[in-house]
Each structure stands twice: as C-alpha cells, then as structure tokens.
Design a protein around this ligand. Structure first.
Ligand code: PHE
Length: 487
C-alpha cells in the first residue's frame, strides 16, 4: 500500500516534499513510508533526498507544566491580593513547586518576598511558559528566545527527525514489477521480452568462495624450512621409506643393541615383513666389529653383536637413519663435501599427550667435510636459527649414541619472551663414520628438530592433537594464515 501511494503520487506530482507530511496525509506510518522509499531508491525508481529537522520535545517536567501551568504562575495565583505568609504559601504549593516558583516569579518581578510575607507586585500575569510548551507540543515553533529559555530550564529537548523528499528516479514506473533475471524461450515466443525489465548485473557482488585444496600449517612451515636449507646450499635426502631396518636406524649409528630405545616399548617393530632382506655384508661386518671390540682408537661396547637384531624391520624412529645411508653411499665414492637436509615423518611408540604423538616430522641437517669442528656446528646453527627468527642461542651438553660431543639447542623466543628447546645436535662419532669408509679427517656436524614444535609456536596451537590427527578442525586447514618465518 505504501509503495503504491508513493509511486502513484509521483505519477501526477513532481515531488513528495516531506515524507513525514506525506505519511500523515495518507494515514500510513512514517516508518513504513521510509522503508518503501529506501527500497525504491535502491532500484532507482525514485530519487530520495535526506531531510533532517530539529524538533523540540517536551521533557517530563515540560509536560506537567504544559498541563498544569508553570510553577511561577501557580505561585502567583496562590498569592492573594492582600498577600500571604511564606509558610502558608509553601504549604499550598508543595516543595519543588514552591522553590522553582519563587525563583522564577522573583526573576519576573511578579512578587515581593518579604521576610515572612509574600505579596503581589503586579495585578495580572500571563503564563507564557505554559503557552510556549503547548505550542511546541502542537508542532509549532515559538521564537528563539523562548526556546532558549525553555532549553535552559530543561523543559524541552532537541530531537532530530529524519525523512525524505522524493522525486521520480531514472527507472521510475507507476508500478514496480519484479525484474526478470533470465530471458526465456517462453518470453521470446510470446513477445513478452519487449516489455520485460531485466535485473542489472551487480559487478560488485562477491562470488561464492572457491573450495579447493588448502595447505596444512605443517606443510607451510615445511616449505619455509626447505627454502632456508636450499638458501644455505643444502641438498635434500631421499626419505621416502618409513620402514627401515634396525641396522640403518640403530647399528650403523653405533647404537648398542641393548639400548632402551631399541625396545618395543619405544619403537614400532614390523610383524610382516619382520626382517630386512639385504644389508651390505662387508659394512655389516665392520659395524659388528666396532660394536663388539672397537677399532680406530675406540674400545667398542664389548658385547656379542647379533645379526638377527640388526635385521629387524621397524618404522624409523628418526631421519638420522637416512643420514646414515647417505653417508655410507658417500663413503663409497671419492670424497666430496656435502650439505644434506631432510624433513619427513618418524615414529615412536610413545604415550600420546598434549605435546607428543606416536608420529611426527623431523627436520634434519648435516654437513660433511674435512676438519669441521664444534665451532662450525655452532656457526651453522646460528645461521640456520637466525633465519627462523631466533638469533640468540644457547647450547647444553647432551648425549646421543652417535654423536660426540652432543648439544641440545635452546633459542630465545622473542614472542614468548623465554628460552625454548629447539633441537638436538652433535658431531657424528668416528665409530659411526670410519666403518663406513669415510676418510679419517672427515667430520660430520648434524642437527635435528621437530617440525611440529615450531609450527605450534608459529600458529599459537598448544595441543598437538589440534594440529595433527583425526581431531583436527578442518576450519584450521581452510583458513590458516601464511607462514611468515623469521619476519
Ligand atoms: N636423531 C636425533 C633425534 O632424534 C636428532 C639429531 C640429529 C641429533 C643429528 C644429532 C644429530 O633427536
């Protein structure tokens, strides 16, 4: 109804000057008219211009004066021509009325306040305050002076009224039809297409979000780590075998066969196939020797080394198993210095908690060259970790069966404002390198860390199960920020 009223009126008239007055004329609520105008304006059926009017509204106090007269008038009327005592007058008028009435009536010079007696100063007064309030209530505006006075006495308050003036718009039609969104076979055949109004394209509309592949935070951080290694001249090691023999995972790394890590409580052993098929026999022999009785200046462990133990298949517990294969392969050729890295999955038979899973990713780097020292290791670690945004490092002596010396690495995390353990490192033992056949003056410095830990710190995740595994919220995968390592 409101829409017909607006469009119908504009068919015969230039303009609706004031939507408020129009609403009153048509007996439709202003709110309804305004909604229709906004909608018609959006589709350019009409051209609407805002109008704002400041209006005055009576406050609660103003309303009582408009109904009962101002307190000063009431006070004047309560004073008989012969005068009245203050006490009596106060009793007649009540407290606030008496106080305000006195103030105003004295200001107006209507009454004389003696010590105890009150008397009239004039014979007749007009209640102009009440008259003005009544006028305002009827929508009329009194003069500015009057308004100021009423405002000061807080009898009226301003109210901004918003409405529109409306003219025909470029798409004006006396009736709004739903615009067509498609040109159909039917309306082509019937000729109806000639009169159809088509909906305009909205080139600013957002399209549907495109569903595609998303990178898991671990993949993003892995990519950044890869880039750092590549920038530092490292080559990637082939880590595409989760199944490894105990030989490469432990024995080649001079890890004794009684070592607790080789227990099924710590390592997942394979049932099928439970053992490896082939191992390089002459090298196996040298590894056996070094474990049992040492050599190259080492005393070895002095125990009975068992081939069956070395043959056992397992899920690799660290990517250092791959490093041992790579160094062995390197030793077979004329020596060449190398920088190798890998980032891949490893498995440990561990109790799962907030920070541990039975599988995780290891980042490993090693440099193999003549005469490398612990100082070289510390230097490379500084280079590597400062590229991750950690330039303050501390080292703590540690133990690994395959490295001597060994160091745990701690980095000062500027965001968390504390020292966090960031990795493990060391120089591979001669008992590991010499049986492989590497030259005596070749040393290998190496380090490893998990991919999960820096990822959790970077993405503010404190439970590893929120990052990896079946409990991960897919929303995290779809909307995680880009990785900004070291920025
Ligand atoms: N393999 C070690 C680990 O699992 C990491 C490491 C790699 C330590 C290389 C020293 C040298 O924690």
């Amino acid at each position: 109804m409101a829409e017909e009223a607006v469009l119908g009126f504009l068919e015969k008239n230039e303009e609706i000057k004031d939507s408020g007055e129009f609403a009153v004329e048509k007996g439709i609520s202003h709110e309804e008219i305004v909604n229709v105008i906004k909608s018609l304006n959006g589709f350019r059926f009409v051209d609407a211009q805002d109008i704002k009017k400041e209006r005055w509204q009576l406050t609660a106090e103003g309303k009582t004066y408009a109904a009962n007269g101002s307190p000063e008038f009431q006070l004047f009327m309560a004073v008989p021509p012969e005068g009245i005592s203050r006490v009596e007058l106060q009793k007649k008028l009540g407290d606030p009325g008496f106080k305000i009435g006195c103030q105003q009536a004295i200001k107006n010079k209507w009454v004389e306040m003696g010590k105890s007696q009150v008397s009239r100063k004039v014979a007749h007064v007009d209640d102009s305050v009440k008259d003005m309030l009544v006028k305002i209530n009827n929508g009329e505006a009194p003069n500015q002076e009057g308004i100021d006075a009423l405002k000061r006495r807080k009898l009226i308050s301003p109210q901004v009224w918003k409405g529109y003036s409306v003219k025909k718009g470029p798409n004006y039609a006396p009736k709004r039809r739903k615009p067509a969104t498609d040109l159909t076979r039917e309306n082509l055949q019937s000729g109806e297409w000639k009169d159809l109004q088509f909906k305009e394209y909205n080139f600013l509309a957002k399209g549907f979000p495109i569903e595609g592949g998303y990178l898991h935070p671990l993949l993003k951080v892995r990519r950044q780590m890869q880039m750092i290694f590549l920038q530092m001249g490292f080559e990637e090691m082939p880590t595409n075998n989760y199944v490894e023999s105990s030989f490469w995972n432990f024995d080649a790394l001079f890890q004794p066969q009684q070592h607790p890590a080789r227990d099924s409580h710590d390592t997942f052993f394979l049932k099928e196939p439970s053992t490896t098929k082939t191992l390089p026999e002459d090298y196996v022999e040298r590894v056996k020797q070094i474990h049992e009785s040492g050599g190259h200046g080492s005393r070895g462990y002095g125990y009975d080394w068992k081939r069956e133990e070395a043959n056992k298949n397992l899920l690799r517990t660290h990517t250092t198993a791959v490093s041992s294969r790579m160094l062995y392969a390197l030793a077979k050729k004329p020596f060449e210095a190398k920088r190798y890295y890998s980032i891949d999955r490893v498995f440990r038979n561990e109790a799962v908690d907030r920070t541990h899973l039975a599988e995780f990713h290891q980042i490993e780097g090693l440099i193999c060259d003549r005469g490398l020292s612990l100082g070289d290791l510390q230097g490379v670690l500084h280079d590597f970790f400062s590229r991750l945004g950690m330039s303050k490092l501390r080292f703590k002596p540690a133990y690994n069966p395959y490295t001597e010396p060994s160091m745990e690495i701690f980095g000062y995390h500027e965001g968390l404002k504390k020292w966090v353990e960031v990795g493990n490192s060391g120089m591979f033992r001669p008992e590991m390198l010499l049986p492989m056949g590497l030259p005596e003056d070749v040393t290998v410095i190496a380090w490893g860390l998990s991919l999960e830990r820096p990822t959790m710190i970077l993405y503010g995740i404190d439970n590893i199960r929120d990052l990896f595994g079946h409990k991960v919220d897919l929303g995290l995968i779809k909307s995680n920020p880009i990785c900004r390592i070291g920025l």
